[in-house]
Design a protein around this ligand. Structure first.
Ligand SMILES: *[C@@H]1O[C@H](CO)[C@@H](O)[C@H](O)[C@H]1NC(C)=O
Ligand SMILES: *[C@@H]1O[C@H](CO)[C@@H](O)[C@H](O)[C@H]1NC(C)=O
Ligand SMILES: [Cu+2]
Length: 350
């Protein structure tokens, strides 16, 4: 819709030129460490721009005193609001594919970013995520927070091997006490917070290695594939999804918060790689896997009807409502689907 209007405006001003709307161009997502220093800086600057832009309003039916201040918050709000509908369900990967592609479009259309959403291939760092280039204080997203002891009265057991928990002390998001406006958990009221991380390198190395990635990639159908990606909320039976969230966010960081996790900009690099893993799996047998979808439509309820291609997906005010079927294919520019990006490389079965 927006693109249509934009091309009409361009057409109206292109005097006498033959006027055909330009199809969207394919963009190529790359691994964070393969970007040049200036490409990394361009991405981080676009993230800062979205963090500083005012939110689109109205946003659903926010509670009085809600914390949807920035354009970035629109997506955090949408994620919190739909947390119980889009995790541990058959459309988990489809919804998050749409979510991160929406963010990518926001960076490009609203902040002038010219690249694609980068991904974080954690298999390269599983041996020690603390040394990962994504946490670089100069060219990355900054690193861990200082140690905060676990709360012995909490209902949640601490993430095994957690090492931090406080406000991130270096990188582009350090020292900002109101970077995050929503959460913790499902709270939507304005609550200014710093960005926190609580790296758990031993936990990450259990779930983010090539061995776990191969186990995931070798699943025979979508139901199994999705189940192995998401694992269970139990720390003993996580998957690559939980490996990234709890490995980075631990107990106290936003990445470890099922609701507020997109408040850490690294969320989208993690989810881009999960999406890349799904596309890698789909690409092993595209004729069958472009339409293979199943899994519960209600969170962790195996008796709920299986999700189908017609299942609705929404990212609130940030995009047009669509269906699972619309996002099954990436690299779909101008061919009916709305996912107009691809990856520079995929995982293959070893
Ligand atoms: C993968 O390797 C890690 C680190 O050695 C180990 O902790 C984990 O259990 C392994 N996972 C699988 C699925 O083999
Ligand atoms: C969902 O589909 C799977 C096969 O993909 C099947 O085994 C399961 O019984 C179905 N669940 C429901 C609730 O229909
Ligand atoms: Cu999520």
């Amino acid at each position: 819709m927006v693109g249509g209007i934009k091309s009409l405006i361009i057409c109206a001003s292109a005097a006498l030129a033959a006027c055909t709307p330009t199809p969207p161009t394919l963009i190529v997502r790359k691994e964070w460490r393969t970007l040049t220093t200036s490409e990394k800086a361009e991405y981080i600057n676009a993230v800062k721009c979205i963090l500083a832009k005012p939110a689109l309003t109205p946003e659903g039916s926010p509670p009085t005193g809600h914390g949807v201040i920035s354009r970035y918050d629109n997506l955090v709000y949408t994620h919190i609001q739909q947390t119980m509908q889009v995790h541990y369900v058959g459309h988990f990967l489809a919804w998050h594919r749409l979510f991160t592609a929406t963010y990518e479009k926001m960076l490009r259309n609203e902040c002038g970013y010219t690249g694609a959403q980068p991904y974080w291939d954690w298999t390269l760092d599983a041996a020690d995520i603390t040394a990962s280039p994504v946490f670089d204080p100069v060219t990355g997203f900054g690193g861990n927070g200082p140690w905060v002891p676990s709360d012995p009265t909490s209902w949640m057991p601490p993430v095994p091997g957690r090492t931090g928990g406080g406000c991130v002390v270096d990188g582009p998001f350090a020292g900002i006490n109101d970077l995050v406006h929503l959460g913790p958990e499902s709270s939507l009221v304005y609550n200014p917070q710093c960005l926190k991380r609580d790296l758990a390198p031993s936990f990450a190395s259990m779930y983010l290695g090539m061995n776990q990635t191969q186990l995931t990639l070798s699943q025979p159908d979508f139901g199994w594939f999705n189940a192995v990606v998401e694992g269970s909320p139990n720390f003993d039976a996580s998957g690559v999804h939980g490996g990234g969230h709890f490995g980075v966010g631990g107990t106290f960081g936003q990445m470890g918060d099922l609701y507020t996790s997109p408040a850490d900009p690294i969320f989208h690099l993690h989810h881009a790689n999960l999406d890349r893993l799904w596309w890698s799996w789909q690409s092993l047998n595209l004729p069958a896997r472009l339409s293979d979808i199943s899994g519960p439509s209600i969170i962790m309820d195996p008796t709920s009807p299986n999700v189908t291609l017609a299942h609705p997906l929404s990212v609130g005010v940030s995009g047009v409502d669509t269906t699972v079927g619309d996002v099954m294919k990436i690299d779909a520019c101008g061919t009916g689907g709305s996912m107009c990006y691809t990856y520079d490389s995929l995982y293959t079965l070893l």
